[in-house]
Structure formats: C-alpha cells, structure tokens
Design a protein around this ligand. Structure first.
Ligand SMILES: Cc1cc2nc3c(=O)[nH]c(=O)nc-3n(C[C@H](O)[C@H](O)[C@H](O)COP(=O)(O)O)c2cc1C
Length: 183
C-alpha cells in the first residue's frame, strides 16, 4: 500500500536513471504481470543521452506545417526531458485466440508494475503519450514493424526530492464504483 500510495507521475527527472542491466532486472519482475497466453505482446526501446536527439529532431521537423519555430523547439525540448526514455511498443500477436484488447490490458499491467518497481527502487517515472504516439516519422526512425504501435514513452530518472520524501496520497473513496449483484 505504501508503494502504491506514494508513487506519483514525476514531471522533473534527472540523472541517475537505471542502466540497461538494472532496467532489464526490473522488467523481468514487471513481466510477471498477468498476461493471457503469456504472449508478451510488447517490447521496449531505450534512448539515452545524445541518442534521444534524432527522435527530438524528427518530432519537431514533423510539426513544421502547424508549429512555429518556438513551438518546434519546445517539442524537441520535451523529448529530451528525462535521462532515460523507455519507449513502449505494443506488438500484438495475431493468430492465438487472445483478443487484441486483452493483449493491451496485459501490456498496461506490465507497464504499471514497472513504474511501481522503479518507484520502490528510488527512481521516478511518467508515462507520456501525445504526438509521439501518432508520429509516422518516429515510427519509421525507431523501426516499428507492421502491426506495431507506439504506446508512448516511460520517461525515467531520479525525481527531485529537495522538498522532502514522497508524500503518501489521500486514498480516494471509490466505493461508488462497486456494486454487489444480488439474485
Ligand atoms: C496511458 C497514459 C498516458 C499518459 N500520458 C501522459 C502525457 O502525455 N503527459 C503527461 O503529463 N502525463 C501523462 N500520463 C500521466 C497521467 O497524467 C498521470 O498518471 C495522472 O496525472 C495522475 O498522476 P499520478 O500518476 O501522479 O497519480 C499518462 C498516463 C497514462 C496511464
């Protein structure tokens, strides 16, 4: 309960971020999430440091038609905010009798598990979507295969804790989302 209630989507993230080995260690835990058919219908592409720049440039360039130079700069800056951008690719498996929505549900379960594991280890993360998910330039740059879809970036790093430790949030009362069927 403490982990669940103290995790927040962290807007400001700096170094350090987990290295590849630590990321994979945590992902091996997150991959224990429920997954009908154990299809693992996802993959991650990690971008760090200067390797984030081609993506930032492509996103900015793609917005040339509708955005001002200043807005394009902002688009590029946003893609460079976190030390580690872990791009989540949905790779639904066709053929088995597990519908695509179930595979998407399994992918989301894994992603949330990873966010919790990162948090418990002292890292912060935020799942960002926006124009990245719709970008054909990004899909091309990243080598997405037919049928794959970018679900966004899990921006990862170390959160700013200068104003104190993570605060345990108030638990919302969601009892109204539950009903008991009686025969
Ligand atoms: C699928 C998904 C997409 C999201 N996309 C964005 C986004 O593009 N930008 C953003 O600032 N936060 C994004 N978020 C984070 C939510 O805004 C955040 O979880 C929500 O504000 C609640 O904050 P909390 O995680 O601290 O409870 C996304 C979350 C999910 C699950």
């Amino acid at each position: 309960m403490t982990a669940v209630l103290t995790r927040r989507s962290e807007q400001r993230l700096s170094e350090p971020a987990p290295g590849d080995e630590e990321f994979i260690y945590l992902l091996n835990g997150a991959a224990a999430a429920p997954d009908h058919g154990r299809l693992r219908p996802w993959r991650w592409i990690l971008l760090r440091g200067a390797d984030r720049e081609p993506l930032a440039a492509r996103l900015a360039q793609e917005a040339a038609q509708e955005a001002t130079a200043e807005e394009r700069e902002q688009i590029a800056r946003k893609a460079l905010r976190a030390p580690l951008k872990a791009l989540l690719v949905f790779s639904p498996v066709t053929g088995p009798k597990v519908p695509e929505w179930e595979q998407l549900a399994a992918t989301s379960s894994m992603a949330y598990g990873l966010m919790l594991l990162l948090h418990v280890r002292g890292y912060g993360s935020i799942w960002r979507t926006g124009r990245l998910c719709e970008s054909t330039a990004a899909a091309e740059l990243l080598g997405l295969r037919p049928g794959e879809r970018l679900l966004g970036s899990l921006d990862i790093g170390t959160p700013d804790r200068s104003s104190g430790p993570p605060v345990r949030r108030e638990r919302d009362d969601v009892a109204d989302r539950v009903s008991c069927f009686t025969a």
